[in-house]
Design a protein around this ligand. Structure first.
Ligand code: FES
Length: 195
């Protein structure tokens, strides 16, 4: 993470351990909220997870987290399998999954773009970053591109406010952004992925 006051150039990229940062997803007013995408997943991948937590007290959240680690999101058929094999109620599982922002009920792209809308980034016009990305990717906040390459999300503080406005793509943090700069970054990633 950059120290406060360190010299920065526009669009500066820094390596950040994403797992070390707690980010809270936020749903912007114009985000689409359709649930339960069609899912084609290998459910046998879940067998060791279910074996590990079956019958254990407080197993619901670890089961959901483990399932999301496997697929990147929570497919409906995964819920049904957990319910069938552990006896957990589908309604309870769904209630927990929709309550906590950490859980996703839609497939995500290869690269998750987190645009910070915390206070420092908001003041530095984070809206411009989100709008430029929405235009470049032809998706809205919370959506995934058709080629499943990018998912666009608004999040609360990413923990590097001195870089505001900030976005994170996979494990890379980009700071001091402009709308054009952020659009250029995703374009370059797409080009690199297609080669
Ligand atoms: S408010 Fe954006 S990184 Fe803190």
């Amino acid at each position: 993470m950059e120290k406060k006051g360190s010299p920065l150039s526009p669009g500066k990229k820094t390596k950040t351990n994403i797992k070390s940062i707690y980010t809270m997803r936020i749903v912007r007013k114009d985000a689409k909220t359709d649930l339960w995408m069609k899912d084609e997943v290998d459910l046998t991948l879940m067998d060791p997870l279910i074996q590990k937590y079956n019958g254990k007290k407080g197993n619901l959240i670890p089961l959901l987290q483990g399932t999301q680690d496997l697929y990147g999101w929570l497919p409906r058929r995964a819920f049904e399998k957990i319910s069938r094999e552990t006896g957990l109620e589908l309604s309870e599982m769904f209630g927990v999954a929709t309550f906590y922002a950490q859980f996703r009920l839609k497939p995500v792209g290869k690269h998750i773009i987190k645009v910070c809308h915390g206070t420092a980034c908001h003041v530095q016009n984070a809206k411009e970053i989100s709008e430029a990305l929405e235009e470049a990717l032809k998706i809205k906040d919370g959506e995934t591109t058709e080629d499943r390459l990018f998912t666009l999300e608004s999040v609360a503080c990413l923990g590097c406010c001195s870089l505001a406005p900030v976005m994170m793509i996979s494990d890379q943090t980009y700071g001091k952004l402009t709308g054009n700069e952020s659009a250029r970054i995703v374009k370059n990633i797409r080009l690199a992925d297609n080669n």
